[in-house]
Design a protein. Structure first.
Length: 350
C-alpha cells in the first residue's frame, strides 16, 4: 500500500502512522480545552459527593465529547463523559436509550450519575478492551458473535414508534450523505478514480445501494453496531457502547456493521454467523456491507484530516472487505475488478 496521505495532508503509511491521542490541550472550535473540561468535571464530581483521586483523559477520535477514567473514593473506577453545549441532547438521549435497551435485556454501561444540565455523565467502567482489541482466535470470538447476533434481534424488537422519536431514520438520504463523505475526503482528494466512466459507474452503484437500502423494511438499529462498540464479558456475552444514535434503519444494517467494520470474519465464519441470524437471502446484507465498508473508510479518513490518525491503518482491510462483498452482488460483480485495480495502492500489500 502506498502512504495513506489523506487529501495530501496526513503523513505516514500503514506501517508508519502514529497511533496516538489528540494532544492533551487540544480543542475543537467552540470547545473548552481538555484541561478546562477536566477542571469542570472534577468540580462536578465533588458536587456529586465524590472525592476524585485521579482523572485521566482517554484516547478518542475527534468527537467534541470527551471521556475520562476517574478513580473515586474506595478505589472505585468509573468512566466520565463530558458533553459540550452542542452535544447536550446526545447526553439526554444516552440516558433514554440506556433505559430502552435495558427493557430488551441489552447490557450497557450502568449510568451512575448524570448532571441534570446534560454536561456530564458518570458511567460504569467495563474495561479498556473491546471485541476489536481482544486477542482471541476466531473460535474464541464466536460465542461473543452469537450473543451479538441475539442482541441485534432484541434491538430490532424494540417499539419502533419509541425509537423513531429518538433520532431521524437511517434513510436513503442519510446513507447517501455517509458515502458523500467518502468521496470528499478519500476518493477524490487521492484521485483514485481518474477514469470518468468508472467514476460514473461507482456513483451509480452507490446511489442504487442507498436507494435499495432506503426502501428496505426499517427496524430499530444501533446504527454503529461494530466490534469497537462491543465489550466482551467473561461469560461469552457482550455489552454495548455508544448507543445514543439508536434509530430506525435497514433490517440488515447492524449485522453488516458487525461483520464489515474493523474486524472481518473468514468467509466460512461469516456464513455461520449469517445462518445464526436467519439470513436466507444474503443480497440485502451484502448491499448494506458494501455501504458500511465504504462509509467506514470515509469516517477513518475524516478523522485523520481532523487530527486523529489512529484509524488510518484500518482503511486497507476495510476497502478489501467492501470489494469482497461487492464481488458477490449481481450489480457489483463486473465492477469489482476495475474498481479493485483503481484502488490497488490503498489495498493491503500482497
Amino acid at each position: 500500500m502506498a502512504s495513506c496521505n489523506v487529501g495530501g495532508i496526513i503523513p505516514g503509511g500503514r506501517e508508519g502512522v502514529k497511533q496516538e491521542a489528540i494532544p492533551h490541550c487540544a480543542s475543537l472550535p467552540g470547545q473548552m480545552t481538555i484541561d478546562a473540561v477536566e477542571t469542570a468535571l472534577t468540580e462536578w464530581l465533588k458536587e456529586e459527593g465524590h472525592t476524585p483521586r485521579s482523572v485521566t483523559s482517554l484516547v478518542g477520535d475527534v468527537s467534541p465529547r470527551r471521556y475520562f477514567r476517574v478513580t473515586l473514593e474506595a478505589d472505585i473506577v468509573a468512566i466520565a463523559a463530558a458533553y459540550p453545549e452542542p452535544l447536550i441532547p446526545a447526553c439526554h438521549r444516552f440516558g433514554e436509550t440506556t433505559e430502552l435497551l435495558a427493557s430488551a435485556a441489552v447490557r450497557t454501561p450502568k449510568i451512575l450519575s448524570t448532571d441534570p444540565q446534560g454536561r456530564f455523565m458518570l458511567l460504569e467502567d467495563l474495561g479498556p478492551t473491546t471485541l476489536f482489541d481482544a486477542t482471541l482466535s476466531w473460535p474464541e470470538r464466536l460465542p461473543y458473535y452469537r450473543d451479538a447476533v441475539e442482541i441485534v434481534g432484541r434491538i430490532q424488537r424494540l417499539p419502533p414508534k419509541r425509537v423513531a422519536e429518538l433520532n431521524p431514520a437511517l434513510d436513503r438520504a442519510l446513507l447517501e450523505r455517509e458515502l458523500t463523505q467518502t468521496w470528499e475526503v478519500f476518493l477524490l482528494p487521492r484521485a483514485l478514480l481518474p477514469d470518468p466512466g468508472l467514476r460514473r459507474q461507482v456513483e451509480a452503484l452507490f446511489a442504487g445501494l442507498c436507494r435499495d437500502l432506503g426502501e428496505a423494511p426499517r427496524v430499530p438499529c444501533h446504527r454503529d453496531f461494530m466490534v469497537r462498540n462491543l465489550v466482551p464479558g467473561g461469560d461469552g456475552t457482550v455489552a454495548v457502547l455508544d448507543h445514543q444514535d439508536l434509530r430506525l434503519g435497514p433490517i440488515s444494517y447492524d449485522l453488516a456493521s458487525l461483520l464489515n467494520d474493523s474486524l472481518f470474519a473468514p468467509e466460512a465464519v461469516e456464513r455461520e454467523i449469517l445462518e445464526w441470524a436467519g439470513i436466507t437471502d444474503p443480497i440485502p446484507y451484502r448491499k448494506a456491507a458494501v455501504q458500511r465498508a465504504f462509509k467506514a473508510v470515509g469516517t477513518f479518513a475524516a478523522f485523520a484530516l481532523r487530527g486523529s490518525t489512529r484509524r488510518l491503518p484500518l482503511i486497507p482491510g476495510t476497502l478489501e472487505q467492501g470489494l469482497r462483498q461487492l464481488e458477490q452482488l449481481p450489480e457489483g460483480h463486473d465492477l469489482a475488478s476495475p474498481l479493485r485495480q483503481a484502488l490497488h495502492t490503498e489495498l493491503p500489500d500482497g
